[in-house]
Design a protein around this ligand. Structure first.
Ligand SMILES: C[S@@+](CC[C@H](N)C(=O)[O-])C[C@H]1O[C@@H](n2cnc3c(N)ncnc32)[C@H](O)[C@@H]1O
Ligand code: SF4
Length: 362
């Protein structure tokens, strides 16, 4: 029986952040019951296509899924566990925004079945929170973190760095504060100015490349010193607290995507499909699959497991990438190639996108 992750996407937010181009919109009077009903029906539909899976993780992402009534969260979890076999260590994560915390939110989410909470804090000072267009203050964030720690054993916060003019010392101070909370996991995302966002229209620039690299290096060093290992480009965890769901994406395991902003990778009659809303399926070719496995797998310091790679796409990793480029990057200490794995070095990780582009471009 193959393992499966389930991603439930909630496309609504209380307000739109000026940097964000995720599929989300601000809408009052959302008919939650009707949407959840359609989600439950979609879960049944996917199960009718393949029941030979064991669910290992459920992830409520967004948008802002902490706007979903906890009663509905529990209906979705109940439906999933009734439809498929599931792991006795089923990880059930939810992304929450502090601006939805009414003081009862986290205990209600816990009662609904959530066992891993990821809080979108973004910055640990009021000036930058305001700049990022967040509607919570530092005190609101701290109160939410407190409540998350009280209610969950597995937790994370998101922070955005490489903000314009951000200096290394103040970022280091924020990182130390972040490490002092005792959270099991931290996600640190480099500010990206995405097309058509308010930031792009205002011509706001994130920190320049060299500064961003320094901020990244400081992040890795500070977090390592405080007991957090980087296990993906932007993700750090105490040992054993990596996000199992997201690891599934990077390692190429199957998942169902529910909601109009979600996609999936799902086997039907032994063939792998890209699935998307509304109940659409598109066959993935071995070459497409190989390329996405390369792009995802090199994000992990452990790299790509060649045996698993072959079992997931039917092509040898060495047949997908340029041998000349591979040899060059190994000589330049950017990649490490062994019979079992292909992985980046610390310097390779800093120019990951360039490496991938060059490797695939045969
Ligand atoms: C899908 S969002 C959902 C989180 C939740 N809605 C919130 O804002 O608290 C996941 C994370 O992506 C990150 N993110 C979104 N847009 C970004 C951007 N343009 N640059 C860097 N990080 C970004 C933020 O850290 C955010 O918490
Ligand atoms: S960052 Fe989160 S709250 Fe802000 S618009 Fe994006 S999904 Fe919504």
């Amino acid at each position: 029986m193959q393992r499966l992750g389930i991603y439930i996407h909630w496309p609504y937010c209380k307000s739109k952040c000026p940097y964000c181009d995720f599929f989300s919109r601000v809408q009052k009077n959302v008919d939650q019951s009707a949407i959840i009903k359609s989600y439950l029906a979609d879960l049944e539909y996917y199960r009718s296509l393949n029941d030979d899976y064991r669910v290992e993780s459920i992830f409520f992402g967004g948008g802002t899924p902490s706007l979903i009534n906890p009663q509905h969260i529990s209906e979705i979890i109940d439906k999933i566990t009734a439809l498929w076999h599931y792991s006795d260590r089923l990880e059930i994560s939810l992304e929450a925004n502090p601006n939805t915390d009414d003081g009862r939110l986290f205990s209600e989410l816990k009662s609904a079945g959530i066992n891993r909470l990821s809080l979108g804090v973004q910055a640990l000072n009021d000036v930058d929170l305001k700049f990022l267009g967040r509607t919570h203050s530092l005190n609101d964030a701290l109160a939410s973190i407190d409540s998350v720690l009280q209610n969950f054993n597995n937790h994370s916060i998101d922070l955005i760095y490489a903000r314009p003019d951000q200096d290394i010392k103040s970022w280091q101070k924020e990182l130390k504060t972040a490490c002092s909370f005792g959270l099991k996991h931290l996600s640190l995302y480099q500010l990206t100015i995405e097309e058509n966002t308010v930031f792009a229209k205002k011509n706001i620039k994130s920190a320049d490349e060299e500064k961003a690299r320094k901020l990244y290096a400081v992040s890795e060093e500070t977090l390592f010193h405080h007991g957090y290992n980087r296990y993906e480009v932007s993700n750090y965890a105490q040992k054993g607290h990596e996000c199992h769901h997201n690891l599934g994406y990077w390692q190429g395991y199957d998942y169902v995507g529910i909601g109009n902003g979600a996609v999936g990778r799902f086997h039907i009659n032994g063939k792998l499909y890209n699935t998307f809303y509304p109940r659409q399926q598109e066959l993935i070719t071995p070459q497409e699959r190989a390329e996405e496995l390369l792009i995802m797998g090199l994000r992990l310091p452990e790299g790509i497991n060649k045996k698993r790679f072959f079992s997931q796409c039917g092509i040898d990793l060495n047949d997908v990438i340029s041998t000349a480029k591979l040899q060059q990057f190994c000589r330049e200490n950017l990649l490490i190639d062994t019979p079992e794995t292909l992985q980046t070095t610390a310097s390779g990780n800093l120019i990951l996108n360039y490496l991938i582009e060059q490797l695939i471009n045969l």
